[in-house]
Design a protein around this ligand. Structure first.
Ligand SMILES: [Fe+2]
Length: 197
């Protein structure tokens, strides 16, 4: 199983979930890139991820379990920002996008994982974002609303809209799309505090 199969599963999910299709068309400029694997502690949790998805999300979970060791895992935040425990139980990789395993300047697609019992503090970024929970669950917070999402649930964040996320007894495996201005940018911690200042 390879990341090419994960990309195909993401494409299939895109065609099956109306929220994804409404967010953006599937990119037409995808080109494979030579991106070496990069390991993080939490990737083994993805390889062993056993929580069920929906009929739509389960195929992507399956490809991610077996391709987790090939991914270029990344952690945006420092230990000073989020603590050592968080960094042991979180990580993401860019499946496709400006710097991903498959290059696109049209759309960015991440796979992101958080272990159980984590508090992902307020942050924001310029790009608009759509979360899809593949398996597990998490509480998604914005200033205007909060909700608990399970497998198949989706959540839209506007550009620079501060948001946060908490996991409970279960981890969460997500597929995240970015579109528009700031596509190649990074999230910044403390968005809500900055906005409130
Ligand atoms: Fe975000």
């Amino acid at each position: 199983m390879s990341l090419s199969q994960a990309l195909q599963a993401a494409c299939d999910l895109h065609s099956r979930l109306p929220a994804l299709r409404a967010f953006a068309p599937w990119p037409s400029d995808l080109e494979p890139a030579a991106l070496a694997p990069a390991a993080i502690p939490a990737q083994q949790q993805v390889a062993e991820f056993a929580l069920p998805g929906t009929p739509e999300t389960q195929p992507l979970i399956g490809t991610l379990r077996t391709a987790a060791g090939q991914a270029h895992w990344t952690q945006t935040y420092t230990e000073a920002e989020v603590g050592a425990h968080f960094l042991q139980n979180y990580g993401y990789f860019e499946l496709f996008g400006p710097t991903g395993h498959f290059r696109s300047t049209q759309l960015r697609g991440y796979i992101a994982y958080w272990g159980a019992g984590l508090r992902y503090d307020w942050h924001s970024h310029e790009a608009e974002e759509l979360y899809v929970v593949l398996g597990g669950g998490a509480e998604f917070l914005a200033e205007e609303s909060e909700c608990w999402l399970q497998a198949g649930g989706t959540r839209l964040h506007g550009g620079w809209q501060p948001h946060a996320m908490n996991t409970g007894a279960e981890p969460v495996l997500t597929y995240v799309l970015w579109r528009g201005a700031g596509l190649a940018g990074l999230p910044l911690m403390g968005g809500k505090r900055t906005a409130a200042a």
